[in-house]
Ligand binder design. Structure first.
Ligand SMILES: Cc1ncc(COP(=O)(O)O)c(C=O)c1O
Length: 401
């Protein structure tokens, strides 16, 4: 590295908008579930690029595909056909849900949601969107309108008119919120940013029914849950309910930015030239990364591994949780897990970091784990052991809370 650790921190702090909760880690290298700091310290990475590195850091097949594509072609606008894009579509054809046969490739999750809203409005001719309390769909103005946390929205209002929030998991509240102008219902099968809340039994089925009854578009935001994370290729498979629009991103490109909006033929197929576009849509490098990601995922049936590792991880967390009053609940599916505490967990997050574990939080009291599927059983045991150390200190009042 040409810059030393302190120089990196200084430059980033000076230039980057202060919107990130910074951790004192300067990443230089990653492999599977391990991230190395510039000072040589290694971490078990249960953040994994906020869920993007689901296969693990620098999966060799993805790296190889990216390298090969980088030598061939880096820029290719959607108005020119590209081999790498078609290769990705061949892979998507293997996994796309039944009936969803039109796609737009974008660059992030929030963009995938933006287009889902545009598509729902155009197709139905209606305007309103029903979104869920605690839901998170991104931070560009359209997606932000359906992101619940008032802290994210308030400084930027007015946002899209006609977005209503109802409590997550309560289909009857959705029914009450429907009007003749409802275009779409957007929901995460497992709420991620909101705190790892899994859809209760029967909920998604009932939303499907409401949408069918009223001609409403059902959007599943699987940006965090998709691509194996929850122990199924897509989380909706846990309930066997199909959406009208599926939004994907994060793990899709193993860290190379890509967003995906999948719809039935007649929804995106009804768009005309220029009604939506993006310079980087279907960028060859992103396509090569995503095609390799899907190939590795599908060939290894890695969602099954996520389910098995997730069940080990959750079991250990639950056993730990039983011993400590400060822990309220452990929840989640597959490798998307949350531990809710009764107190602020900032010191637990920092304590874990000191002990070589990177994790995320959802709000101030929920610890979130989004480890790669290449995490080992021994690494999971290490993470829980270190979490128990921090939890004990919190319980004994030896950690601030
Ligand atoms: C469920 C969900 N939707 C949308 C987004 C926004 O994705 P991006 O950060 O790629 O814009 C996220 C990101 O965390 C997410 O978890």
């Amino acid at each position: 590295m040409s810059l030393n650790r302190e120089e990196v921190i200084k430059l980033e702090n000076k230039w980057i908008a202060p919107v990130f909760h910074r951790r004192p880690v300067v990443a230089v290298r990653g492999r599977d579930a391990i991230l190395w700091d510039a000072n040589g310290k290694q971490y078990v990475d249960c953040m994994a690029g906020y869920g993007a590195a689901f296969l693990g850091h620098c999966n060799p097949k993805v790296v190889e595909a990216v390298k090969a594509q980088a030598e061939k072609l880096l820029a290719c606008h959607g108005s020119i056909y590209a081999e790498a894009r078609a290769e990705l579509l061949k892979q998507i054809e293997r996994i796309a849900p039944k009936g969803l046969r039109k796609i737009f490739l974008s660059n992030s999750g929030t963009e995938a949601v933006e287009l889902a809203f545009k598509a729902a409005r155009k197709y139905t001719g209606k305007r309103e969107i029903i979104a869920m309390m605690r839901g998170f769909h991104g931070k560009t103005l359209g997606a932000l309108s359906a992101t619940w946390n008032p802290k994210y929205r308030a400084p930027f209002e007015p946002l899209l008119p006609g977005v209503k929030f109802v409590p997550y998991g309560k289909a009857e509240k959705v029914r009450e919120a429907v009007t003749p102008d409802t275009a779409a219902i957007i929901v995460e099968p497992v709420q991620g940013e909101g705190g790892i809340y899994v859809a209760p039994e029967g909920y998604l089925e009932e939303l499907r029914e409401i949408c069918d009854q009223h001609g409403i578009i059902l959007i599943f935001d699987e940006i965090q849950t998709g691509f194996g994370r929850t122990g199924r290729l897509f989380a909706y498979e846990h309930w066997n309910v199909l959406p009208d629009i599926l939004c994907l991103a994060k793990a899709a490109g193993s860290g190379v930015p890509i967003g995906v909006t999948l719809t039935p033929d007649e929804v995106l197929g009804g768009f005309s030239i220029g009604e939506h576009s993006s310079t980087f849509s279907g960028n060859p490098l992103a396509c090569a990364a995503a095609a390799a990601t899907i190939e590795v995922l599908v060939e290894g049936r890695l969602w099954e591994k996520a389910e098995a590792l997730g069940s080990l991880f959750k079991g250990l967390l639950s056993r730990m949780a039983e011993k400590y009053r400060v822990v309220r609940e452990v929840r989640g599916l597959g490798l998307m897990l949350g531990v809710e505490y009764r107190f602020d967990i900032l010191d637990v997050l920092n304590g874990l970091l000191e002990r070589g574990v990177i994790t995320l939080s959802s709000g101030t009291r929920i610890l979130r784990f989004l480890p790669p599927v290449s995490i080992t059983e021994a690494q999971i045991e290490y993470v829980v052991e270190k979490l128990e150390e921090c939890t004990r200190l919190l319980e004994e009042g030896k950690m601030k809370s």
